[in-house]
Design a protein around this ligand. Structure first.
Ligand SMILES: Cc1ncc(C[n+]2csc(CCOP(=O)(O)OP(=O)(O)O)c2C)c(N)n1
Ligand SMILES: [Mg+2]
Length: 536
């Protein structure tokens, strides 16, 4: 292999892995490879004005493409800014390959300005974090990063790239990274055990998470649920794991309060958990929420997730798609058939004339937007109004915020639109959530990304109102004024002016009569467009 500088070789490696974009925010210690980037054919730098935005756009892009996505941060200060969003990517199993520059290994003893332990900083918020310290292992390490990010459990990885390692001659050949097949099915005896545990049940329940969508197992999951005639709940479910209009789909559990989840599984005599773990709430119940005699079957590619918190009777470290297909065959062979309740057909409701404006907007969008809208949902307290009229139905067309980190709605939609340029991509966010990453609008304008954004503007951190009500109830505290820190109304945030200042057109919608026109204007806008939807 002919020698070339490491900073040239890394782009050969990126090309070999199919990367065509790097989302980032630059600094001096990355200048070596950024200096080369613009000359690399078929490769583009997507500039974000804050690291949180770079990671969140990459996250949306990875979610819409199936990953991986490449992010560049500026040493410790950039990584520090990005930590909250990296946490979100870790919880959401987003396969991000994050690189950051460093002045050089040769300066390690100098306690130089900006030097810090990047790997230690990245470790808690990544699946794997490392630093390349020798030019002979630069591409080797990048390949391992791609493999690690893309292998179950998927997740963000971090690689520190010191400038002197990148300047040194490199002779490693660039070759596509190996991502091992994990299409693993249990041996027949284990499948028989799972079927035996599930078939005798009178009240089975199915709990599903994003392991289903990563595996592409939606159809197989639906068939098993139908054969069991079991209600299905999402648990850490942020993508389309089952058509949400299916009569057996019950909705989301697992966000905040374990007591809510416990109520839904308390009567189950069999529980099938697929592609997630029980239970991920912020305040989970500590005791085992399943019935003492319940048979619990858990299918996941990640053994760490299986029986992590509560005992399981049949534990299958396996790929959901072929495993559920095999379970479905066995259930069918055992005489199970879908019941009539699985065939009920969903009809889109019509909003009452005096329905809340968020409902009117969603209903109008469903009407005008057709069936192939891509929705990025960080609408939080407005999300039920949105999904009532636009329920997630199509694989790859719905992305829900995850990991509890605010600010994914706008950049997530930008990433999704970059991945799916022909689709109508609409990001819903709150007045609160939007302000963590509002600079992303500038990136949309700069790149000409015609994603659309809807700010559900209630002038509050309303979710915090709801959660403090629960806190009061649990502790027997009388209702009183909400903390002043939940109010966003004073001064009023001028979202349309803000968008315009960042190069994005927009309009404010305050009255029901404006809704139809606003939806039309948004959908026909040729560039990015923002709607400030005043809900309260
Ligand atoms: C980075 C980050 N900071 C703070 C929070 C805490 N938090 C959770 S929900 C919420 C309010 C969100 O307000 P908004 O986006 O307006 O939606 P709404 O609750 O009004 O529907 C806040 C501040 C968080 N989840 N993430
Ligand atoms: Mg709000």
């Amino acid at each position: 292999m002919t020698a070339r500088p490491g900073k040239v070789a890394v782009f050969e490696q990126f090309a070999a892995d199919g990367f065509t974009r790097m989302f980032g925010n630059p600094g001096t210690v990355e200048e070596g490879f950024l200096d080369i980037l613009d000359g690399v054919p078929g490769f583009e730098y997507v500039l974000a004005l804050q690291e949180t935005v770079a990671i969140a756009v990459a996250d949306g892009y990875a979610r819409a493409t199936g990953g991986p996505a490449l992010v560049q941060l500026h040493t410790g200060v950039g990584l520090g800014n990005g930590v909250g969003m990296l946490y979100q990517a870790l919880r959401g199993h987003s396969p991000l390959v994050v690189v950051a520059g460093e002045a050089g290994v040769r300066y390690d003893a100098m306690d130089a300005q900006m030097a810090t332990d990047l790997v230690a900083m990245a470790r808690p918020v990544t699946k794997w974090a490392t630093r390349v310290t020798h030019p002979a292992s630069l591409l080797r390490t990048l390949r391992r990063a791609v493999k690690t990010a893309m292998t179950a459990p998927r997740g963000p990885v971090f690689v520190a790239l010191p400038m002197d390692v990148l300047d040194a001659e490199n002779t490693e050949p660039a070759r596509p990274s190996t991502v091992p097949s994990q299409a693993v099915v249990p041996v027949p005896a284990e499948l028989d055990r799972a079927v035996a545990a599930l078939t005798g049940a009178y009240h089975p329940v199915v709990l599903v998470g994003d392991g289903v969508s990563v595996s592409g197992a939606q159809d197989e999951l639906t068939r098993v649920a139908e054969l069991l005639d079991a209600p299905v709940w999402g648990l850490d479910s942020s993508e389309l794991n089952m058509d949400n209009t299916h009569p057996l789909w019950r909705g989301q559990l697992g966000h905040m309060f374990g007591a809510h989840s416990e109520r839904q599984v308390a009567d189950a005599d069999a529980v099938l958990i697929v592609g997630t773990y029980a239970f991920p709430e912020v305040f989970p119940v500590l005791h085992n929420p399943f019935r003492a005699d319940a048979q619990v079957v858990h299918v996941d590619l990640d053994t760490h997730e299986i029986a992590k918190n509560h005992p399981v009777d049949v534990a299958l470290a396996a790929d959901p798609k072929p495993t559920l297909a095999a379970l479905g065959e066995r259930l069918h062979a055992a005489g199970r058939r879908p019941t009539a309740r699985s065939s009920a057909v969903w009809r889109r409701p019509r909003p009452e004339q005096d329905a809340p404006i968020a409902e009117l907007f969603a209903a109008e969008l469903a009407e005008q937007g057709g069936s192939d809208l891509v929705i990025f949902d960080e609408a939080l307290t407005a999300s039920p109004a949105l999904t009532k009229y636009l329920p997630p139905r199509v694989k790859g067309n719905y992305f829900l915020t995850r990991g509890g980190s605010l600010g994914v709605g706008i950049p997530g939609a930008i990433g999704a639109k970059l991945a799916r340029p022909d689709a109508d991509v609409i990001g819903f966010t709150g007045d609160g959530g939007s302000m963590y990453t509002i600079q992303a609008l500038w990136t949309a304008a700069r790149e000409g990304v015609a994603a659309k954004f809807v700010i559900c503007n209630n002038h509050r951190y309303e979710l915090l109102d709801r959660n403090i009500e629960e806190y009061w109830r649990e502790r027997g505290i009388d209702r009183h004024e909400y903390p002043t820190g939940f109010d966003l109304g004073r001064p009023e945030i001028g979202f349309v002016e803000l968008a315009r200042a960042l190069g994005v057109d927009g309009m404010r919608v305050e009255k029901p009569g404006q809704v139809a026109g606003a939806v039309r204007r948004m959908l026909t806008a040729t560039g990015p467009f923002l709607v400030d939807l005043v809900t309260k």
